[in-house]
Design a protein around this ligand. Structure first.
Ligand code: ADP
Length: 450
């Protein structure tokens, strides 16, 4: 039995192709949408059908909800997969799909809305007994209350946008003198980036690790976790390298963190795939937020569990029960992902779009490359700079590091600057090899300046 006959993929680049690959293996037809600058993109060629959606600017194309739903209906697609970014965590889009009789492949609109508020979701988890970092319980209304709370929890603190994402609007504050300016600055950024100026304060952990758990929940009350991923190697709060499982994970810590992750899924009435993000420091972990979508780094979880997350998302959206229980899922080996961005690491990571003059991707045992680029491809300057994900799997962590080094050395991308050399430096860094990473690793190891 087919889950759907036809699915529209409301995205571009590598993730659009990733979803289409799952569809093809499930014998489901695919519909691509493309903006003006993407008409020759690989995701358009890969799909069974493709429709122009608008101008290059995302607001005119990949964020144009009404038009996308309209294309789905006209093309006969019964479901929409949003990928990540763009409309993936837009509860209004999920609701519009539901109202128009198109299945949204993701959680329910009200869950997306509830988890889209960092403040609201933190409060919900605090009530449910999931550990959270101390901070303001609500959005900051006046500076005196903010000062009082910050003094109570102790500096440094971090000011965050409740509606935030992509590391935008976060400011670290080391003393009271800098608090007011940070709050007004964050509010201004939050208002223009997310249309919601609400900001809050929480305790800032100086060198935490970012550890997240993948969960899958069906519409019949069954939920499982697919273990952990460590995403501590970041620049400006943005992930660059991820690995699964975390190098510091023990059975005891995993039991505690996974049961917290499942609690988060339970109290948010979660369905479909999602990731529960925690900060970990000195044996303690704290719920940070839940990402209500397929994540960039889902690939490494697929490597270590052998479970295709996109196929599971589609099956769940079609109303299927999960085909496995928790005890059926186990970890095999170790996987690493390197995000290849069209950026110049020697020029403060400035975006470097342009034409790919030469391209050859690595292969061989245990290597997976997800990308939307090819030789002669012109990277448009309008979208995210991530052009490929290089993933490696092997039986053990030391072996997968060696394999990733080998794959990086095989990867040829000429014509633009990329983050490949940075990844080579990370894979050869003694602290990384030891598993001693934290969210300031790249600065501390002098791999990046800021
Ligand atoms: P976004 O949704 O903008 O990506 P997150 O809340 O997921 O923001 O946080 C992104 C990163 O910011 C984390 O992985 C971590 O490196 C850093 N961060 C967030 N909150 C804290 C905190 N309280 N203490 C230390 N680092 C933090």
């Amino acid at each position: 039995m087919k889950f759907f006959e036809k699915i529209l993929i409301a995205n571009r680049g590598e993730i659009a192709i990733r979803v289409m690959r799952a569809c093809r293996e499930l014998d489901i037809d695919t519909v691509a949408i493309y903006s003006e600058v993407d008409k020759n993109a690989l995701h358009v060629k890969y799909a069974d059908e493709a429709f122009a959606v608008g101008e290059a600017h995302p607001s005119k194309s990949y964020l144009n909800m009404e038009r996308i739903v309209d294309i789905a209906k006209k093309s006969g697609a019964e479901a929409i997969h949003p990928g990540y970014g763009f409309l993936a965590e837009n509860y209004r889009f999920a609701k519009l799909c539901a109202d128009e009789g198109v299945t949204f492949i993701g959680p329910k609109s009200k869950t997306i809305q509830a988890m889209g508020s960092k403040i609201g979701s933190k409060q919900m988890m605090k009530k449910a007994g999931v550990p959270v970092l101390p901070g303001t319980d609500d959005g900051i209304r006046d500076i005196d209350t903010a000062k009082k709370v910050a003094a109570e929890i102790g500096y440094p603190v971090i000011v965050k946008a409740s509606a935030g994402g992509g590391g935008i609007g976060m400011q670290i504050v080391n003393d009271e003198a800098a608090l007011e300016e940070a709050i007004t600055g964050s509010m201004r950024i939050a208002r223009s980036a997310f249309g919601d100026p609400t900001v809050f304060i929480e305790k800032y952990l100086v060198k935490p690790r970012h550890i997240e758990f993948q969960v899958l929940a069906d519409e019949h009350g069954h939920a499982v976790h697919l273990f952990d991923r460590e995403c501590s190697i970041q620049r400006r709060h943005q992930k660059l390298v991820e690995e699964a499982p975390s190098a510091i994970m023990t059975d005891e810590l995993r039991a505690r963190m996974s049961s917290a992750a499942l609690k988060v899924a339970e109290v948010s009435d979660y369905t479909n795939a999602g990731s529960v993000e925690f900060l970990y420091s000195n044996g303690n972990f704290y719920f940070m937020e839940m990402n209500t979508r397929l994540q960039v780094e889902h690939t490494i979880t697929e490597f270590i569990t052998g479970i295709d997350l996109v196929k599971q998302q589609i099956a769940i959206a079609a109303g299927e029960s999960l085909p496995f229980d928790q005890q059926d899922i186990s970890i095999r080996g170790h996987a690493i992902e390197c995000r290849i961005n069209a950026e110049d690491p020697l020029n403060n990571f400035a975006a470097d779009p342009g034409k790919i003059q030469r391209y050859r991707s690595p292969g061989g045992p245990g290597i997976r490359v997800d990308s939307g680029i090819h030789m002669g491809y012109m990277i448009p300057p309008n979208y995210d700079s991530m052009i490929a994900k290089l993933c490696a799997w092997d039986s053990t962590r030391p072996e997968v590091i060696m394999r990733m080094r080998r794959a990086i050395s095989e990867y040829i991308i000429l014509g633009i600057k990329t983050t490949l050399p940075l990844h080579y430096a990370i894979m050869n860094n003694p602290q990384f090899i030891e598993g001693n990473t934290h969210t300031h690793f790249l600065q501390e190891e002098h791999i990046v300046k800021t």
